[in-house]
Design a protein around this ligand. Structure first.
Ligand code: ADP
Length: 260
């Protein structure tokens, strides 16, 4: 696929979407204070692909990620993880789905300080009463470059290493998709590059599906594809992004976040 500037629905061939939204709408508040955070968003996140979501502040990036990860309710439309429709799931099933099918990486690493790296990585599996697949776990640990540091507590690791533990934790359960909310927002550029490199490796080598929200064109350049949001709508979809191309596209948004 080549870079295009067409707005509107972005679709993948049937059967290969790890997550998808159709006509997804999210409205906060009511009356005069009503905010349409997402306005009929349709997008597919394809299996084995690394996607970055970009757009001006307030354009709906976090809302899109939260709605697609089952962390927030929607006002209209559909959000699916694989074939599972999220918008009609009861809370208990939704919790299960988040636990079993989705990996999360946040800006704050959210590691437990009293547990060592390995214990942090396997914690979600332990809570779910599942046993880690040892072969997979070994591959994950190797892919994110943590062999030799597994007995370290978070306080004995650098910020970049801590975020790599968080990446490994997200990967450990072999989720359908990993969502990252500004995963390098708290890291210096070198550690950020490392973490993004490992995320990309997890897509290339472990065939994982990763979607991150970022405002950093360099971070976005690690992705296979960048989806641009403005005013709660998808306004562009760029394949094979470079930092320069992304920066150039971002300049096309005016101060209020609209496309020019
Ligand atoms: P982004 O992540 O691109 O900065 P958000 O998804 O956080 O954008 O927000 C999109 C819009 O929805 C903004 O106008 C924001 O003010 C509004 N918004 C987000 N969360 C809430 C909320 N809990 N209550 C009311 N408005 C919200």
């Amino acid at each position: 696929m080549t870079t295009s500037t067409h707005p509107g629905p972005v679709t993948a061939p049937a059967g290969v979407a790890a997550a998808s939204a159709t006509g997804l709408t999210k409205v906060y508040g009511a009356g005069e204070t009503q905010v349409v955070a997402l306005d009929q968003v349709s997008v597919d996140f394809r299996k084995g692909e690394f996607t970055a979501i970009m757009g001006p502040s307030g354009s709906g990036k976090s809302t899109l990620m939260h709605c697609m990860a089952g962390l927030d309710s929607v006002s209209g439309g559909s959000a699916r993880i694989g074939d599972t429709e999220l918008t009609t799931l009861k809370e208990k099933k939704l919790t299960q789905l988040r636990r079993d099918k989705i990996g999360f990486i946040f800006q704050a690493f959210n590691l437990l300080p009293t547990l060592n790296a390995l214990e942090n990585i396997t914690l979600p599996l332990d809570i779910a009463g599942r046993k880690a697949d040892q072969v997979w776990l070994d591959r994950v640990v190797e892919t994110v470059g943590l062999s030799g540091r597994l007995k370290h507590r978070p306080s004995e690791l650098s910020g970049g290493q801590q975020q790599r533990v968080a990446v490994a934790r997200a990967l450990a359960s072999q989720p359908e998709i990993i969502f990252g909310d500004e995963p390098t927002g708290n890291l210096d550029s070198r550690s950020g590059a490392e973490v993004l490199g490992f995320l990309r490796n997890s897509v290339r080598e472990l065939n994982q599906t990763v979607v991150i929200v970022t405002h950093d064109p360099v971070a976005a350049s690690y992705a296979d594809r960048v989806v641009f949001l403005a005013d709660g709508r998808i306004v562009d979809d760029m394949a094979a992004p470079t930092a320069e191309k992304v920066l150039e596209r971002m300049k096309g948004f005016d101060a209020k976040g609209r496309t020019s």
